[in-house]
Design a protein around this ligand. Structure first.
Ligand SMILES: *[C@@H]1O[C@H](CO)[C@@H](O)[C@H](O)[C@H]1NC(C)=O
Ligand SMILES: *[C@@H]1O[C@H](CO)[C@@H](O)[C@H](O)[C@H]1NC(C)=O
Ligand SMILES: *[C@@H]1O[C@H](CO)[C@@H](O)[C@H](O)[C@H]1NC(C)=O
Ligand SMILES: [Ca+2]
Length: 221
């Protein structure tokens, strides 16, 4: 009975939302294991916006945001290719390449991505600058139980990690909405935004696996 109670407490602890204002996840080394698993109970998204901030010195390709469902491993994947300014955006296991988005090393970047199932168009915003709007996938929702992974790229549902695609650096201010934010909101995400209604950094449900640290953001004032 006591064991059962402990188990119940442990599982519910993992699911208690935490206010991460002024915090960041630090991914301090290259592994094929360390990651943050983020939880949402949403199961049917006909449109989506994801925004976050990240900092890295990786010159190689790396995953920034990996969302899988049982029916589509790359149901929403934001992936930086090695070439300067080049990203892959995957939705529903389809992908497009987006060129010319300035991505300096050792700088905090504000990255947002939108997609909607009606038009099938996706767009990436880096520091308030938009990519071209490109067709990825239309007509079906992101549906089924969602696993979101920060720090690794999923090749299977919740796993299949490759250290050559892992993220090393810091990630903060992760928000997700079930609609596309307006261009004005995306342009100014750097400065201000309303909290996400699918993922909210101020009430964030997550589990850390391996060497990932939840730290205060660094500032000198
Ligand atoms: C897609 O999601 C929307 C919003 O949740 C829902 O109203 C709609 O029925 C879904 N479409 C399909 C084909 O499941
Ligand atoms: C990772 O990259 C290194 C260097 O390019 C390569 O030798 C190795 O085979 C890669 N590992 C995997 C699992 O792809
Ligand atoms: C988004 O989620 C809200 C609940 O937070 C719901 O009321 C709304 O209908 C959803 N919108 C779409 C487009 O599915
Ligand atoms: Ca992979």
């Amino acid at each position: 009975m006591a064991l059962l109670l402990l188990l119940v407490m442990l599982t519910s602890c993992a699911a208690i939302p935490q206010d991460l204002s002024n915090k960041m996840f630090t991914f301090p080394e290259e592994t094929d294991t360390a990651h943050v698993r983020v939880t949402t109970s949403r199961q049917d998204l006909s449109a989506v916006t994801v925004c976050f901030r990240s900092f890295t010195d990786l010159k190689r390709e790396h995953s920034l945001f990996s969302l899988a469902t049982p029916s589509a491993i790359n149901d929403l994947l934001i992936y930086k290719k090695a070439e300067n300014g080049f990203f892959y955006l995957n939705v529903r296991d389809k992908w497009v390449g987006l060129e010319g988005l300035a991505y300096k090393l050792n700088t905090w970047h504000s990255i947002c991505s939108t997609w909607d199932a009606t038009s099938g168009l996706a767009q990436l915003w880096v520091d308030g600058m938009p990519s071209s709007r490109k067709f990825v996938s239309s007509g079906s929702n992101i549906s089924g139980p969602i696993i979101i992974v920060l720090g690794q790229e999923q090749d299977s549902y919740g796993g299949g990690f490759d250290k050559n695609q892992s993220f090393v650096g810091m990630i903060s201010d992760v928000h997700m909405w079930n609609y596309t934010l307006s261009p004005c909101e995306l342009k100014t995400y750097k400065i201000s935004f309303a909290p996400g209604n699918v993922l909210n950094w101020d009430a964030f449900e997550f589990q850390i696996v391996g060497r990932v640290l939840l730290e205060n953001k660094q500032s000198c004032d």
